[in-house]
Structure formats: C-alpha cells, structure tokens
Design a protein around this ligand. Structure first.
Ligand SMILES: C[S@@+](CC[C@H](N)C(=O)[O-])C[C@H]1O[C@@H](n2cnc3c(N)ncnc32)[C@H](O)[C@@H]1O
Length: 255
C-alpha cells in the first residue's frame, strides 16, 4: 500500500511515526513547516480557546460526509495533532485511519493523545508528495490544512491520485462568514483579536497566528474551491457551511 508505513521510524521517542518520503520543501513550504513545529505544543489548547471548542463539533459533523464504514481505509492529510482522525475513529468502529503531516512536532503531540488500540498510523509526509500507491484509500479528509499547502492544485491532484475510484474526499476549511450580521464581528475577531492573542499565547516568534489569519484571507471562497476540486478532477462536488457560518465542508468523489 505504501513505500513507508511501518518501515522507517522518525525518532526513538516516537517509534509509531513513520518517516514517509522525506519532504523536499521549497522555501515557502519550509517556512510553514517551521511555523507549525513551533506552535505544536500549544496548538490544541489554543484551538479550543479561540473556537470556544466548537472546532470539535465541526470535525464531528464534517467526517460524516465520508460515509465511512468498518474496514474502510481513510487518509487524514495535514492531520496535525489528529483531532479529525479522532472524530472519525470515535464515530466509526473498525475504520482504519492513516494520518499524514509534514510537521513532526504536530504528529508527536497527536501521537500522545491516542490509546494504543485506537491509534491511527502516523506518517510524516508532504501532502503534495504522498508516499502512498495510487488508489490506496476509500476516503481522504483534510481539516484546516489545505489552505497551508503551497500549491493547492497539486495537493488536490495528489489526494485524488491516492483515492480509489468511487472514493470520497472531504475538506473542512474556514470561509467568509455567511451571516452578514455577524460578519463585521467575525472579521474583527479573525483579523485583529485572534492574531494578537494567538501570537502572544503561543509564544510564536514567527508570528504564526498572523500568518494563519492571512492564509484564511487568501483562501478561495467556497465556489472557487469547488471549481478547483472539479479540476483535480473530482466529481459530485458539493459544499455546505456549518454554524455559525464561517466554516465550509466540501465533499467530492473520484470517478
Ligand atoms: C491548522 S493545522 C490543522 C491540523 C488538523 N488537521 C486539525 O484539524 O487540527 C494545519 C496542518 O497542516 C500541516 N501542513 C501544512 N502544509 C502541509 C503540507 N504541504 N504537507 C503536509 N502537512 C502540511 C501543518 O503541519 C499542520 O499540522
């Protein structure tokens, strides 16, 4: 299924994390990886704080789009600390989840959260160069990760490549606040409050939370993202927003 899972170990302290193919990243990719390396120890706590814990509910709702059942093999790309994988494992008994991410500290933080029995396989890998054979997965999912992938089109093509025909893709990402009454407050929170608090509380020297705000603003709106997914090419592309209106779930199928 893969050239790497269970073969190479990243470090002695994390024998469960496989090396994958070494991510050969360009400068932009290296910058993003370093940024996540830096905030990894506080990432989960700050997510809960800044979303008032609603992020856990978003992930639980989003994973349903995959319609996964026991025995399915699902990729969680850009898995970070594994919260999306956890949401799926909690809902679908017997599902096999492989989490991939290029930041070792994020994977390490995730690895500590799982019990041995329900632990996903974790692989260090770049989403633009996944170390898996074609047509490996029944489903692929990404939460709050695709907007950090330097070349979105290449990332989408790579996710399509590793899906089996008929396999489903789900992407959960921020989008412009749909509720126009809340929009001014949401924009203020997202662009002013969150970067300042985030940079301070995470102790980030590279101003990670300013970058995260910029990445949300640069991210295509829901319709444009749907077009990009169609160009991968994937089919039956649909999207919907989740409460309170600043998060979109896209789903698609490999033909
Ligand atoms: C905002 S976090 C989201 C983590 C997790 N999916 C979640 O729901 O909390 C984005 C993650 O994407 C990873 N990432 C960004 N670009 C990547 C790439 N090209 N390949 C692999 N991982 C990437 C980062 O290391 C980080 O862990």
């Amino acid at each position: 299924m893969t050239k790497s899972i269970g073969v190479a170990s990243m470090s002695k302290s994390d024998p469960d994390i496989s090396a994958g193919r070494h991510p050969f990243l360009d400068k932009e990719g290296q910058k993003i990886q370093r940024l996540f390396d830096e905030i990894a120890p506080r990432y989960d706590r700050l997510n809960r704080l800044f979303s008032f814990s609603i992020d856990l509910w978003w992930r639980r709702r989003a994973v349903r789009s995959l319609r996964a059942t026991a025995g399915d093999r699902i990729l969680d790309a850009c898995c970070g600390t594994g919260d999306l994988a956890m949401a799926l494992i909690e809902q679908v008994a017997g599902v096999e989840v492989i989490g991939s991410d290029f930041s070792l500290p994020m994977l390490q933080a995730g690895n500590r959260k799982f019990h041995r029995a329900d632990r996903p396989t974790l692989v260090r890998a770049d989403t633009m160069h996944l170390p898996f054979e074609d047509c490996t997965f029944d489903g692929a999912m990404v939460a709050f990760g695709m907007r950090n992938v330097v070349d979105l089109d290449a990332g989408l093509r790579e996710l399509r490549r590793v899906l089996k025909p008929g396999g489903r893709l789900m992407i959960l990402e921020f989008t412009e606040m749909q509720n126009r009454w809340i929009r001014p407050f949401s924009n203020f929170y997202q662009s002013q409050l969150l970067p300042r608090l985030g940079n301070r509380l995470s102790g980030s020297r590279v101003k990670a939370y300013s970058y995260l705000d910029e990445s949300v603003r640069d991210w295509p709106d829901a319709e444009r993202l749907a077009d990009k997914i169609r160009s991968a090419p994937l089919h039956a592309v649909r999207h919907r927003t989740l409460f309170p209106g600043n998060v979109a779930v896209h789903e698609a199928v490999r033909g």
